[in-house]
Write a protein that binds this ligand. Structure first.
Ligand SMILES: Nc1nc2c(ncn2[C@@H]2O[C@H](COP(=O)(O)OP(=O)(O)O)[C@@H](O)[C@H]2O)c(=O)[nH]1
Ligand SMILES: [Mg+2]
Length: 421
């Protein structure tokens, strides 16, 4: 389960200051480099302030503290869509913090996975897959990739041993040629390929880039995860920890829940639909099942708002504007109702979420015949969310048609903004 960052860390977040340098570092090597987030990007991509993690203020190092003995740094997970980056992150962290699917472009925003051991702290940056950006959404996704390459102390380039080398790989290598950090090559999915295939890949890649290490791994099974961890620590600078020992991610719980719903959608829809689907958590409230605000009971009707659906081709709606306004206001994540809780009956967490699609036929696919698909998505998401929240969940899903949301900065801000809420 995702933990929230300490208050101090949240406060420190908007500050676009470089990482602190411990003044008392023993060797010059020991000083963490100041991280800039300006990305090395192709000229056609407009720079956008990427949400790259900063050190929590509370953990910044006082001037006269003892020299660090731990190894700490950022490791960027880079590669084409579907090579297994998120699977590796979850494997190392030991919990699901990044969603996984066999569809491309599952991960859209960089997510941190913080791995703390007695040796130090590896802060993994899980990224969207490297691809040529066509939509505004894709450009933003690629900006996360470029920003993480800037932030990283070590870059892990991951390839899928089961896939043939193609144009996409050329584009990845082109991007990697500009990187001057130590780069590891991780050849993933070795659990399902023959050894000689792996050897051929090692032979092919070793001369393409000066990789510091080439490691065959299986993110799914865990093969060589220990070797990878040891080698990463060897390449990280001596520094004080940047996060608390129990922190495992930087994303808000709200964002993780939206991602889980999206993961279930991806599992149930066809290949092209994932690209046009986004999830936004409209509301999250703890409610007494017999209280005034329970669905179907008491005074207030749950979910009185009708589902607004736009005509195909209509302009981005007022709804989006309202949501953007609402998003700007600080809203408590969980509202405990004033009504006294009844004993024996567990309180329920009501979650209302919008699934954005671009066309009415996409909406029909997600809803499915007689609502079968959306029901299945709801059941699977609810089970997983219940285990994360440790409470009963009532999940209200709405499918909303928003033409061209992938090119709407407002909608993208709204969805990405959930990560910080
Ligand atoms: N057999 C096998 N499948 C894997 C492995 N790692 C990831 N996968 C599968 O590859 C697909 C893409 O994984 P994901 O982590 O979402 O890839 P990402 O797009 O790079 O983050 C999923 O279906 C995973 O279950 C592995 O080591 N072995
Ligand atoms: Mg991923």
């Amino acid at each position: 389960m995702a933990t929230r960052k300490p208050e101090a860390a949240k406060k420190a977040k908007p500050a676009a200051k470089p990482k602190p340098k411990p003044a008392s570092a023993a060797k010059p090597k020991a000083k963490p480099k100041p991280k800039t987030v300006a990305a090395a990007k192709p000229a056609d991509i407009k720079p956008r302030a990427p949400r790259v993690p900063r050190a929590p203020r509370a953990l910044r190092v006082p001037e006269l503290e003892a020299p660090p003995t731990t190894r700490v740094g950022y490791v960027a997970l880079i590669g084409r869509p579907n090579v297994g980056k998120s699977t590796l992150l979850n494997r190392i962290i030991g919990q699901k913090i990044s969603i996984i699917s066999d569809k491309p472009q599952t991960t859209r925003i960089s997510i941190l996975g913080i791995h703390t051991t007695p040796q130090g702290q590896i802060i993994f940056i899980d990224n969207p897959g490297i691809h040529k950006p066509l939509h505004h959404l894709n450009k933003r996704m690629m900006n996360f990739v470029y920003a993480s390459l800037e932030t990283a102390d070590v870059v892990c380039l991951m390839i899928d041993a089961t896939e043939k080398f193609g144009h996409g790989d050329e584009f990845v290598l082109e991007t990697m040629r500009k990187v001057s950090k130590p780069v590891f090559l991780l050849i993933n999915k070795v659990d399902i390929v023959r050894k000689d295939t792996v050897l051929l890949l090692i032979d092919r890649y070793k001369d393409i880039l000066p990789f510091k290490e080439i490691i065959p791994i299986s993110a799914a099974v865990g093969t060589n995860a220990d070797v990878l961890e040891r080698l990463l620590f060897d390449h990280l600078p001596l520094a004080h920890k940047l996060y608390g020992d129990t922190d495992i991610t930087d994303q808000s719980r709200r964002f993780l829940l939206a991602e889980i719903i999206r993961e279930k959608i991806l599992a149930h829809v066809e290949q092209e639909l994932p690209w046009v689907t986004a999830v936004y958590i409209d509301a999250m409230e703890k409610r007494d099942p017999e209280g005034e605000n329970a669905p179907g009971g008491g005074g207030e009707e749950w979910n009185p708002e009708p589902d607004v659906e736009l005509e195909e081709g209509a302009a981005p709606s007022e709804y989006v504007q309202q949501e953007v306004e609402r998003f700007k206001k600080p809203a408590p994540e969980v509202i405990i109702p004033k009504a006294e809780r009844r004993e024996k009956r567990e309180p329920t967490t009501y979650i209302k979420a919008s699934i954005f699609v671009e066309r009415d036929n996409h909406r029909k696919i997600i809803i499915g015949r007689q609502g079968k698909t959306i029901r299945q998505i709801g059941i699977e998401a609810r089970h997983e969310i219940q285990s994360i929240l440790g409470s009963r969940v009532y999940l209200d899903l709405r499918v909303r048609v928003r033409p061209l949301w992938r090119d709407s900065a407002d909608v993208l801000d709204l969805i990405e903004g959930q990560k910080e809420m």
